[in-house]
Design a protein around this ligand. Structure first.
Ligand code: NAD
Length: 376
């Protein structure tokens, strides 16, 4: 197979694979062509790709020569017509935003491996780009808050007196939230955490956070380890307790999400107004509506002295390691999709492969994409 690595457009700084991972592909018997300057914004030169065994070419050549085209973000619609039937695209899909685009990919007879549809099972953990990017976001969110907060994170005993440690409240202890707890604790903050899944209680404690329990959370074993929507009564109780804790906090990191649904509203406007001036809220749930009522996705605002950060591109900001993790996840996925000679073999009986294929042969394939798009 010939795999083409494309350059991202717009403000995206990541590249789908760095030279280090290209060398692994070569060992798997896969030929690699990289678009000129593809790795530039992740600080990977064309020379480094060539040294790893790839060749470099203009975009149109990469597209025409490759069997599989790899990118971080979906390719632009206008480009789809230049592909030939049977070619394979591999990128993040963001299905709720790109259903029309996906339809054009299906009609063109292309196969799309949607990296955000990789089933979140134990066997697929090493292929899970959502976890990798959530790890980056959780880390960066805490650093962002620390750099904006007009106070120290750690406790200090200095000749000028004692500085109390910052108080950080973390809403949601999934992949991003757990990473945020670890980083905030390393920086010396006192950390309190809310989640509706009791399973995370021990993990929170082991990272040095205090788990705040709200009685009556609904859990559903059939939700595959994810959270489910809560009752109105629970939501009110939770919002009140969060209000108390937020008023005493310097930083709130919001990460609570429910797959396929709008993010739960946990920080109301009146809660923000009770927070100390100078406090910082980083809302990592901003792209699915935000946990804070005042969040504006992609924007940073100041409300009543409180900074509310709605950034959505932390992984692009940390382009080198985010690209490294992304590329490693792709390689682990390709390891179950290519034979010993490096040929792509899509075994539809494999749950990971089937789940990841959004469209192929002009059909919708994976169960999850069919669920999201309401296709029987
Ligand atoms: P997520 O981004 O969907 O949600 C983040 C967190 O928000 C979750 O912990 C969720 O319980 C919490 N949350 C939702 N509603 C809330 C509310 N009202 N109040 C407080 N918290 C709320 O989750 P995620 O980070 O993608 O991971 C969730 C689960 O999936 C975890 O158990 C994780 O270990 C598991 N997971 C498994 C794999 C795998 O096996 N491949 C990969 C990633 C995650």
């Amino acid at each position: 197979m010939i795999l083409g690595i494309l350059r991202e457009s717009g403000t995206e700084n990541r590249v789908a694979m760095l030279p280090g991972e290209v060398a692994v592909l070569k060992k798997m018997g896969i030929e690699v062509i990289v678009e000129i300057h593809a790795g530039e914004k992740a600080f990977a030169s064309d020379a480094a790709y060539l040294a790893a065994g790839a060749s470099a070419a203009e975009r149109s050549d990469v597209i025409s020569k490759s069997d599989m085209l790899l990118s971080v973000n979906p390719l632009i619609s206008e480009e789809i017509s230049s592909f030939r039937e049977g070619q394979v695209l591999c990128s993040v899909l963001n299905p709720s935003e790109n259903s029309k685009w996906l339809e054009s990919v299906r009609l063109k007879g292309l196969t799309l491996l949607a990296l955000d549809l990789v089933p979140r099972t134990t066997r697929a953990q090493s292929m899970d780009i959502l976890s990798s990017m959530a790890t980056v976001a959780g880390y960066k969110a805490v650093l962002e808050a620390a750099s904006r907060l007009p106070r120290f994170f750690p406790m200090f005993m200095s000749a000028a007196g004692t500085i109390k440690p910052a108080r950080v409240l973390i809403l949601g202890a999934g992949v991003a939230g757990l990473q945020a707890i670890a980083v905030a604790r390393k920086l010396g903050a006192v950390v309190e955490v809310f989640d509706v899944r009791s399973a995370v209680k021990e993990e929170v404690k082991s990272l040095g956070g205090k788990f705040i329990e709200v009685e009556g959370a609904k859990e559903d074993a059939s939700a595959g380890g994810y959270a489910v929507e809560q009752s109105e009564e629970f939501r009110k109780k939770q919002q009140e307790l969060i209000q108390q804790k937020a008023a005493a906090s310097d930083v709130v990191i919001c990460t609570a999400q429910i797959p396929g649904k709008k993010a739960p509203l946990l920080l109301l406007k009146e809660t923000v107004m009770k927070m100390k001036p100078g406090s910082v809220i980083v809302d990592l749930a901003s792209s699915s509506g935000g946990n804070c009522e005042l969040t504006s996705a992609g924007h940073n605002i100041l409300y009543d002295g409180v900074s509310i950060i709605g950034k959505t591109d932390y992984s692009s900001e940390m382009s080198t390691d985010a690209s490294k993790m992304f590329g490693s996840n792709v390689i682990n996925l390709l390891k179950i999709m290519v034979d010993k000679s490096g040929k792509l073999v899509l075994n539809m009986d494999d749950d990971i492969i089937r789940g990841t294929i959004a469209v192929s042969g002009k059909e919708y394939i994976g169960q999850r994409i069919k669920q999201i798009l309401n296709i029987n």
